[in-house]
Design a protein around this ligand. Structure first.
Ligand code: OGA
Ligand code: NI
Length: 337
């Protein structure tokens, strides 16, 4: 049913009925805090302990931060944005070959978030790819545009290295051994969602993505450098994340909230859409290996801070996540001890 895709539809002049949120669920764009911002961390400074303490503060207070001087070549980030824009401009017949609404598929082009479960659609198309180990998945990736496989796989390798470095810093910031979280997560999976938000005739009535937390461990988002859209909930108010040249937006996912026994939060965020401009973002998700048992290290459990969640495997969590609609109550609440 590839005719479901927004990126192959003609321009809309008003929002189709099935995208319109009831009044009490709309984004209230005028109330978004555009002065506040999430922390920006320069990873290139020589004093690592300073970086670690900034990361700790950001994870505790925001669950989100931006990084600059992160070590991923800027040229590769730009090439990725070019190739993803080209992908969404492919002719409908090419895109139809990749279309699926089955979340268990390892390569799929889809729309909204989980159309088998939801009643109201979101203003978004996305290409979702499994990315680790690369040799296993790259052969199934799109061959068009012709540089897609080369650019996306080079990018995936770099982003994985950045993610592992961040996980080390996050471990240190909790007073844990540097490799503690990386070990707990096992041989991590890596997924990518290339998000395409077309320009939208009535952005005040809908979302690109409604408020949600990410089900994985750590998310590394390459945002559109020219168009804002990501918003993060902080103390009951939505903060608009401003595009910052050559940066990534990092956030803690549900699995790090569980592994840190709630010390670091997987925070609600959403994407709003724009009346004049389309927007692209590329989310890379590091995920525990399916059999990893998610249970915090002893050091993070104490009398004053008892275990918040029962232990479970990531496989169990991930199945539960996709069996639901994105805007139900946070999935992690179902795993409370
Ligand atoms: C996501 C996400 C935000 C954005 O893909 O999980 O939150 O700005 N994306 O596209
Ligand atoms: Ni998200």
């Amino acid at each position: 049913m590839a005719d479901q895709l927004l990126s192959t539809a003609p321009d809309y002049h008003s929002l189709p009925e099935n995208y319109i949120r009831p009044e009490d669920q709309r984004p209230l764009l005028a109330e978004v805090d555009s002065d506040a911002h999430i922390p920006v961390i320069d990873m290139g400074v020589p004093d690592r302990s300073h970086v670690v303490s900034q990361i700790g503060h950001a994870c505790r207070s925001y669950g989100f931060f931006q990084v600059v001087n992160h070590g991923v070549p800027v040229e590769l980030m730009l090439r990725l944005l070019v190739v993803t824009r080209e992908f969404f401009r492919l002719p409908p017949t090419e895109k139809a070959k990749l279309y699926s609404d089955d979340p268990s598929k390892k390569v799929r082009l889809s729309t909204s978030s989980n159309i088998r479960k939801e009643t109201i659609r979101n203003w978004r198309d996305y290409l979702r790819l499994h990315c680790y180990p690369l040799e296993e998945y790259v052969p199934e990736w799109p061959c068009d545009p012709s540089s897609f496989k080369e650019v996306v796989s080079a990018y995936c390798k770099e982003v994985r290295q950045l993610g592992l470095r961040l996980l080390e810093a996050i471990s240190l910031s909790l007073g844990l051994e540097e490799d503690c979280l990386v070990k707990a997560l096992g041989e991590q999976g890596q997924h990518m969602a290339i998000n395409y938000y077309p320009k939208c005739p009535q952005p005040q009535l809908t979302y690109g993505l409604p408020a949600h937390t990410d089900p994985n461990a750590l998310t590394i988002l390459l945002p559109d450098p020219d168009v804002a859209g990501l918003q993060v909930l902080k103390d009951g108010r939505w903060i608009a994340v401003k595009p910052l040249a050559d940066s990534f937006v990092i956030n803690i996912g549900d699995q790090l909230q569980a592994l840190t026994n709630g010390k670091y939060k997987s925070v609600l965020h959403r994407a709003v859409v724009n009346p004049e401009k389309e927007r692209i973002s590329v989310a890379s998700f590091l995920c525990p290996c399916n059999y990893a048992i998610i249970s915090p290290p002893e050091r993070l459990i104490s009398e004053g801070s008892p275990a918040m969640y029962r232990s479970y495997t990531y496989e169990e969590y991930y199945k539960k996540f996709w069996s639901r609609n994105l805007d139900e109550e946070p999935c992690l609440e179902l795993f409370q001890s």
